[in-house]
Every structure is written in C-alpha cells, then in structure tokens.
Design a protein around this ligand. Structure first.
Ligand SMILES: Cc1cc2nc3c(=O)[nH]c(=O)nc-3n(C[C@H](O)[C@H](O)[C@H](O)COP(=O)(O)O)c2cc1C
Length: 403
C-alpha cells in the first residue's frame, strides 16, 4: 500500500524513522511530509534515505507537477498516518486549516487518516486537546491512544507516542477494515442501485390536547441511518419521519408526520411504488379517543382523570397484507425476551424480515450505537454492537440479498 507519513514537531519525531523502516520492510511504499516544526527535531535526509523518496515539506513548490503537490499527494496515498501528531496539528485538523502541506493534504483527501498523538501529559489532558480529539474521531479519523509512562520532559503520565510497532500494526488493521468497508459498499451498490425504499423513522405523537401528547423515546437515528445508507448505495429513498430533530440525509425525499394516523396515510399512498418497506418508526399502539380542542384545565377538586385510548392502525401489518406488497422489514424493540417476541411478531404480522432490538437502560433508543438480530423465517444473524450507520449497512445487505 502507499502510505503518506506526516511527521510534526514533537520529540517523538525520531521514532517515526523506525515506523518508516517497518513499513518499507513490509513492502509498502512510503512518502514523508514534514512540518516546519518537525524539521527542528530531525533531518529530512534520514527519512529520504529510508523511504527512497525526497521528503515533501512545502505547500508552494513550483517543481511539483502542475504546482499542486498537495492534490497529487492526496491522490497518491492509500492511507495517511501522522506520527507524531502534535497538539498544534490536531487543533489545525479540527479547524480544517490548510496553511502547510500536511494539513492541506489532509483536507484534500478522502483516504483514511490515522493520528498518533504525542505530547506532554498536561497538553494531552488539556480540555482543548481532548475536545479536538473527540471531534476528529466523530469525523472519522482513527486516533491511537497515547501510551503512559516517563516523558521526555521528565514528567510521568499519558501522552507518549505509541511504539512504532504498535502504530504499524494498527495501520495494517485500519487498511484491512478500509478494504472490507469498500467491499461492503460495492456489494450494497450492486444490491440497491435503482431499487426503491420506503422507510419510516422516529416516534409518533398522539395529541391529548393542543399542548400535551403521548410519545415515546425513539430518536429516529436508526431509520435515518437506513435512509442515508440506502441513498448512498444508489436507492430511491422516501423517508417518512415522525417528530425528530435530525437532518435529512442527502438524496432522500423526506415527508414529516406527527401521529400514527398521519404516518399510515402517507404509507398507504407510497408503499406500492416501493421494492422494500422498512418500518423503523416506533408507532404508538394507542391514541387518545378524543384530542381536546382546548388545553385541559386542572380544576379544583379534580384528583384523578382517566384518558380513554383507542387502537391505532398497525401500519406494518397492513402493508404486509397487501397483494402488491414490497419486501417488508419490521423492527421489534423490546426490553426482555427480545428474539422470542420478534419471532412471533414476524409470524403474526407476516413480515419478510424483522430486526430485534434490545432497548432500555443504556440501550437502543437515543443512542448512536446498537446491536441488531435480523430474523427471517429460516435464518437468524446478530450484528455485533456498532454505530447505527454500520448496523444500517449490515441490515440493508441482508435485506437486499433476500429480495
Ligand atoms: C523541545 C520541544 C519539544 C516539543 N515537543 C512537543 C511534543 O512532543 N508534542 C507537541 O504536541 N508539541 C511539542 N512541542 C511544541 C510544538 O513543536 C509546537 O507546538 C509546533 O508549533 C508544532 O507545529 P507542527 O504541528 O506544525 O509541527 C515541542 C516544542 C519544543 C520546543
């Protein structure tokens, strides 16, 4: 693989010579980009000798092809690793700054980037650095945890750069995952390009009066992730969303609804055009028999009140009963006996597939991660805990293969 190694201004810069050697020995090609800070610590010549390529350090280099070394390097690399990554460079990456070659390449690439931070323990634990690290992780950078121990400044604590061997192993692992991810996307595209998906997401709100409602804790994140992944895989996606505050994934047609009844009406007008229907919304089973026109007042002497509820339509069961039904995927969010309940729901509602989902304390609702068990009449598979986006990828792969 082609590895672009960024070296920034930290004491640990010398350790990256060993990292270069390990990569070359394993048959990888390495090009090194040094910041001005890095060159204060170590001579470019050492990297040049080990990598067999001149070290790149200048953004404005008229000798480069078309004068755009940053674009050429960004295209060249399969993988970028910055080791050591200084506090300064972490901050610049977080801000999206591009005032030197290394940070400009990082902005101009879609390749995986791994960071091996190395700094004094207080610089590392500083809230500013920690916030930068968190945000970079959320954006998809892979951050290696610094080691603990004696530091070059004489202090003891967390902030040492991991040993070159560990960085090298993490790099190999990242590349493997990147490759698997690419394979998963090409499979998803094969299955979903040109297909039509109708998906419901989020809770429903059943109004009691103009200010009160019965709702539930569904965040809508699972359904939105499914819509997002399907659209990225080339499907035509219609997303029917209950009341949630989530951004519409790009390329997705979104229809907002509030109550189960409204969701039902939109599903009725759209299901026939869909190849697949995923009911990820947490639809209220019951609604108040009457929604009051005016706010219900707390009257003196009123110690108790009874709210009469009536049954809502069962949207997913209705879709599954239609002659021209699409492939129907349901969700079963349960707090106990999840798989058993899901299996009986699959049968009783005549679904093609159901995703069993443990909810409750610290699981399922309002979270970014999840673990789904996907069940069909003759097959069951559990995806290990991961982000809802990853779960959506796995689920759409299963569903796509089945229809
Ligand atoms: C002797 C010395 C050692 C330093 N070691 C580190 C370090 O290990 N980690 C770090 O983040 N900054 C360290 N710094 C500070 C950085 O070199 C400085 O923030 C610089 O601006 C980093 O810029 P760069 O990321 O563009 O290389 C050190 C500075 C000096 C003078």
């Amino acid at each position: 693989m082609k590895i672009l190694l960024g070296v920034t201004g930290g004491i640990a810069a010398y350790k990256s010579l060993e990292l270069t050697r390990l990569c070359i020995k394993a048959g990888h090609e390495v090009q090194v980009v040094m910041t001005a800070g890095a060159k204060e610590f170590i001579q470019p010549l050492s990297f040049q000798a080990l990598s067999g390529h001149p070290v790149r350090d200048s953004l404005f280099d008229a000798n480069q092809e078309a004068g755009m070394g940053h674009i050429e390097l960004a295209r060249w690399a399969d993988q970028i690793v910055i080791a050591p990554a200084s506090a300064e460079t972490l901050a610049k990456l977080r801000l999206g700054r591009a005032d030197d070659l290394l940070t400009t390449v990082c902005l101009a690439t879609d390749r995986p980037i791994m960071l091996a931070p190395a700094m004094n323990r207080l610089m590392w634990s500083n809230q500013a650095t920690q916030e930068n690290v968190e945000l970079l992780k959320q954006r998809g950078f892979t951050l290696l945890q610094p080691d603990s121990g004696e530091q070059a400044c004489g202090e003891v604590g967390e902030g040492r750069m991991p040993e070159p061997q560990s960085i090298f192993e993490a790099l190999q692992e990242l590349q493997k995952r990147h490759f698997e991810n690419q394979q998963a996307w090409s499979k998803l595209k094969e299955l979903w390009t040109g297909k039509s998906l109708l998906v419901t997401a989020g809770p429903t709100y059943e109004d009691i009066d103009p200010v009160r409602f019965i709702g539930n804790r569904s965040s809508g994140k699972m359904g939105f992730s499914i819509a997002d992944v399907a659209a990225k895989a080339g499907a035509k996606v219609t997303l029917i969303a209950g009341p949630v505050s989530l951004a519409t994934p790009s390329g997705v047609e979104r229809i907002d609804v509030r109550s189960a009844q409204q969701m039902f009406e939109v599903v009725q007008t759209h299901y026939a055009q869909a190849d697949c229907f995923v009911g990820a919304a947490a639809v209220a089973d019951f609604r108040p028999a009457q929604s009051q026109q005016q706010k219900i007042k707390k009257r003196a002497g009123l110690e108790q009140m009874t709210l009469e509820l009536v049954k809502n339509p069962d949207i997913i069961a209705w879709v599954a009963q239609q002659d021209n039904k699409p492939f129907v995927v349901g969700f079963a969010a349960e707090t106990e006996n999840v798989v058993d309940y899901a299996r009986s729901k699959l049968k009783s509602k005549h679904l093609d597939m159901i995703c069993a989902n443990q909810v409750g304390e610290n699981q399922g609702f309002e979270r970014d991660d999840n673990s789904l068990t996907v069940i069909t009449a003759n097959h069951q598979t559990t995806f290990p805990n991961s982000s809802k986006f990853q779960q959506a990828m796995a689920l759409l792969q299963e569903a796509g293969q089945k229809f």
